[in-house]
Design a protein around this ligand. Structure first.
Ligand code: 4AD
Ligand code: MG
Length: 480
């Protein structure tokens, strides 16, 4: 006999149907006459209630049906009296598939801190919160492919191991087959990579963009969706060493087309979650309301999760240039005491997260697309504007998140690109293949990268990026 998923039972289970369910026990309440077991199988946030007559099921069996144990239960669906669901299962037979010693099982039916759950990341999908987050994450993966497929973009797999550092920030993880205990060296003392598997110094990719650009120069519109790796030692709630990035690239598109695509994509993804993840979002929304219940009015968020999501799909993003943003910051006094004064002296400084948050959360109160940054704080491949000072860069800032998208129109003019690389000390020999696209049939093109986990942060309302990826990779954290 096949099991029925709890999702299907709760959606369309008919009273009187004989049913087999399998799952993990969340809670059990028991008195002399009856035991109630809340069972979850991961197919939905909701549990099915099992009603057990202790006279029908052996005491030993019922005793090992503890929180965390995996069980199979067979019985008949009956109308539910107040479990909030239409049906529950009147159990006729029960089997314990895997016990969970209550003395040792770390997930007891009580509130655990997020820090504690991070230490047991291999078990946390068994909680309501994390199962909701990971189901939403799945839906978002699907939505990304839907969005681009519908628009005629082709999905391209770009290499994970590469010899280039697309962002030029030097934050790469090295990949080598050389024995670190006896690294071969050339006569002048340098590491002799000719003895390495790739006969070259290689690293894990920080971005699929450069290869994506090559593909766009043939297929027109492409997107990548793959893991990217950054060895930046920043222990923040927004950074991972291993994260997933979506990088579309379009031929014949300028910075405005790029902004249009990014805005449409972000709104599509949020709308998709609203349409397909209603139960999970409702749970996370209520969790947020609950967590803020005892806070002072002024410390509570202006909007809770579902309202934030609806707001983003219903309102156009604000589009401003870096220079306009700097002017706004200069003339603002967000907390009366401290002005963003150092920016007054220095047009050209990179925005700190406090500036980004001020623009998005206090000034515009909506997502912001910031364009035309100073060239010196951006990557070599961005298209130089006619003013000689700025490049056609584009960052999208989200409330509560900060930068969620980074992109640009690319420099398609060979001479300008070579000149910029020389200025920035990027050896053109290493990127000859990239430069070749500017020699042979070059075309204006644009693209961007969406940090997938930052998107999941926004859609779920979680506040730490470690809590939206099943197995987070951060400094010192690679065991499981
Ligand atoms: O702004 P970034 O570095 O841009 C690029 O990599 C470009 N090559 C993208 C492109 O134009 N094709 O990264 C893009 C996005 C950021 O906006 C952020 O959302 C996310 O990737 N991101 C990170 N997410 C988690 N952890 C990190 N360490 C991240 N670094 C960037
Ligand atoms: Mg960026």
């Amino acid at each position: 006999e096949k099991r029925t998923k709890i999702l299907d039972i709760l959606q369309s289970g008919e009273v009187g149907t004989s049913t087999l369910v399998k799952g993990w026990v969340r809670t059990k309440r028991q008195n002399k006459n009856v035991a109630f077991i809340a069972l979850n199988d991961g197919s939905t946030i909701n549990n099915i209630q099992l009603v057990v007559d202790p006279n029908l099921i052996s005491e030993v069996l019922l005793k090992s049906t503890t929180t965390g144990a995996c069980i199979a239960a067979k019985g008949e669906l009956v109308a539910s009296q107040g479990s909030g669901q239409k049906v529950e299962l009147m159990v006729k037979s029960l089997e314990v598939l895997g016990e969970a010693d209550p003395e040792k099982y770390p997930l007891q039916p009580k509130k655990h801190s997020m820090e504690f759950l991070r230490e047991i990341a291999y078990l946390r999908p068994r909680t309501s919160t994390f199962s909701a987050v990971f189901r939403i994450r799945h839906a978002m993966i699907f939505a990304v492919h839907n969005f681009f497929n519908d628009k005629g973009f082709f999905n391209i797999h770009t290499p994970i191991i590469t010899a280039s550092d697309a962002e030029g920030a030097g934050e790469t993880f090295k990949v080598t087959t050389l024995d670190l205990n006896q690294v071969p060296r050339t006569e002048d003392g340098k590491v002799d990579y000719s003895q390495d598997f790739f006969e070259k110094e290689t690293n894990l990719t920080v971005s699929g963009q450069l290869e994506g650009e090559l593909a766009a120069m043939a297929l027109g519109q492409i997107y990548t969706f793959g893991p990217t790796f950054r060895a930046e030692n920043s222990n923040t709630t927004r950074h991972l060493a291993e994260f997933w990035m979506i990088e579309p690239e379009m031929a014949f598109a300028d910075i405005d087309d790029n902004a249009d695509l990014a805005e449409e994509m972000l709104q599509y993804l949020v709308q998709y979650a609203l349409d397909h993840c209603a139960d999970d979002l409702k749970f996370l929304h209520e969790r947020e309301v609950e967590e803020n219940k005892n806070k002072k009015e002024t410390e509570r968020p202006e909007m809770y999760l579902l309202d934030r999501l609806k707001f983003v799909v219903e309102n156009d993003f604000e589009r401003v240039t870096y220079t306009e943003a700097i002017d706004i910051l200069r003339n603002s006094n967000p907390n009366k005491k401290k002005k963003f004064q150092y920016l007054i002296e220095s047009w050209g400084a990179d925005l700190q997260s406090e500036h980004e948050r001020f623009l998005v959360e206090k000034h515009f109160k909506k997502p912001v697309i910031l364009t035309n940054y100073p060239k010196d704080i951006k990557a070599f491949y961005m298209r130089q504007n006619d003013d000689g000072k700025t490049v056609a860069a584009m960052d999208i800032l989200f409330p509560g998140i900060g930068e969620i998208v980074g992109g640009s129109q690319r420099e398609e003019r060979l001479d300008k690109l070579e000149q910029r690389m020389a200025e920035m000390g990027i050896p053109s020999e290493e990127l000859w293949w990239y430069l070749d696209t500017r020699k042979f049939g070059s075309a204006p093109h644009s693209g961007f990268g969406l940090g997938f986990e930052r998107m999941i942060l926004f859609v779920t309302g979680m506040t730490n990026i470690r809590d939206v990826i099943p197995f987070p990779r951060t400094p010192g954290n690679a065991e499981f």
